[in-house]
Write a protein that binds this ligand. Structure first.
Ligand SMILES: Cc1cc2nc3c(=O)[nH]c(=O)nc-3n(C[C@H](O)[C@H](O)[C@H](O)COP(=O)(O)OP(=O)(O)OC[C@H]3O[C@@H](n4cnc5c(N)ncnc54)[C@H](O)[C@@H]3O)c2cc1C
Length: 385
């Protein structure tokens, strides 16, 4: 493959800016255009559910600068793509051509409100976080719908402010990704931290207009000053309609971040790694994965070898005052081997080793450099009990 003359990156956030920076690092000197949809430009999202909810000063620490990249930045969303003629159309009517395209449009928050129902709060953007922070300032009670990592972080922020908070979900806190063993510990820890959990028998629906509560399938109705939906994310692929590039899971990619369309690559939360018969399709909407794929997509767009695997399995979260770092595949099933400390004491190093020899390592409330966790995850260990 000859190196492309012009590269277009759509999506100005972590995956997009990483790809753009890496294109230049790898020696791409031709035209580089970035299409973004947010007026604020690129910023980091993990602090939105942590420091930003606590302290307005954190707003100024989030920027992902594009300085010195010599890129043409267009801040108007892509609304259509024509992969035959290699153009992307923006909301303000521009048509941008490319030789290579990198799709990095991430995901939006999954919403639960009925059509026309107003006032649903979600947390995906800095504007969302500012709105939520303002509401936290005078809320006397809160409900969080969804007990995944985001829901538990929002609930932790409420509890840390002394706001009585109830989390509702059909699965226990973090159970879908961290499995039974850690979920049981985290549920108990969250309760002690002031987070009430209600396990619903199915989907909760939002009630009130504007939203003021939830109804559970068993007829239970709850109301609160603040109701926040943390029900996962939806890949931002509407602008790719008609291209065959995207489906329900997002944009399917291979290990080189290549899509099924020549000259088109993708990275970050918008993607899923296509299964190959031995493993299923897999989304990994996490920070380090967006970085790894941004780099890989840049290299592949230039016709160079990928710098590493197309999925990076490091993830961290902060729940009920505790930091949990995870390296390796999720979800976690069964019992771990305890390498150090004890989960009950809130400080432990744990490994889950599968029959195929791969391991997932968790630092639960324990300060450990990510490099040490990666090294442990790469060490052959006997299978977990
Ligand atoms: C509140 C919050 C907390 C998080 N905490 C953690 C954490 O603790 N640990 C962790 O590992 N991960 C965390 N994550 C996940 C992590 O932030 C994401 O994996 C990462 O942001 C993905 O980057 P991305 O560039 O692929 O997508 P995004 O960050 O979603 O960015 C996509 C960008 O594309 C833009 N876009 C969308 N459509 C278009 C269009 N049509 N045209 C142009 N631009 C478009 C969007 O506006 C956005 O700016 C968190 C996410 C959130 C929301």
């Amino acid at each position: 493959m000859t190196a492309p003359r012009s590269v277009l990156v759509v999506g100005e956030s972590l995956a997009g800016t990483t790809a753009a920076r890496h294109l230049r690092t790898l020696g791409h000197t031709g035209p580089l255009t970035i299409i973004g949809a947010e007026e604020l430009g690129a910023y980091s999202r993990p602090p939105l559910s942590k420091a930003v909810l606590k302290d307005p000063a954190a707003d100024d620490t989030l920027g992902l600068a594009l300085d010195g990249l010599d890129a043409d930045v267009i801040r108007s969303p892509a609304v259509a793509a024509d992969t035959r003629h290699r153009t992307v159309t923006t909301g303000d009517g521009r048509q941008v051509g490319y030789d290579a395209l990198i799709i990095a449009t991430g995901a939006g928050a999954r919403r639960l409100a009925a059509p026309g129902q107003r006032g649903e709060l979600v947390l995906r953007t800095l504007d969302d976080a500012r709105r939520l922070r303002a509401r936290l300032a005078d809320a006397g009670s809160a409900i969080v719908v969804g007990a995944g990592f985001l829901g538990m972080e929002v609930a932790s922020a409420c509890a840390a402010r002394g706001i009585p908070v109830t989390v509702v979900d059909a699965d226990r806190p973090l159970e879908r990704i961290l499995g039974d063993h850690l979920s049981a510990e985290i549920t108990a820890r969250a309760a002690a931290y002031g987070i009430r959990f209600i396990q619903a028998t199915g989907f909760a629906t939002l009630t009130g207009d504007p939203v003021s509560g939830v109804a559970l399938p068993d007829g239970t109705e709850l109301t609160a000053d603040l109701v926040v939906t943390c029900a996962g994310e939806v890949p931002s692929v509407g602008w790719l309609a008609g291209t065959n590039l995207a489906d329900r899971l997002g944009v399917g990619i291979d290990h080189a971040c290549a899509t099924t369309v020549p000259g088109v690559f993708a990275a970050g939360d918008v993607t899923y790694l296509r299964g190959d018969g031995t493993r299923p399709d897999r989304r990994a909407p996490f920070w380090s994965n967006a970085v790894a794929q941004g780099r890989t997509a840049a290299a592949s767009a230039l016709g160079l070898a990928a710098p590493g695997p197309a999925q990076d399995d490091y993830f961290w979260t902060e729940v009920a005052g505790l930091t949990v770092k995870i390296v390796g595949r999720l979800p976690l099933l069964g019992e771990p081997t305890t390498v150090q400390g004890s989960v009950a004491d809130g400080r432990a190093l744990l490994t889950w080793t599968r029959a195929d020899g791969t391991s997932t390592v968790v630092a639960y409330g324990l300060r450990k450099p990510v490099a040490a966790l990666r090294a442990l995850a790469a060490t052959p260990l006997p299978p977990s009990p």
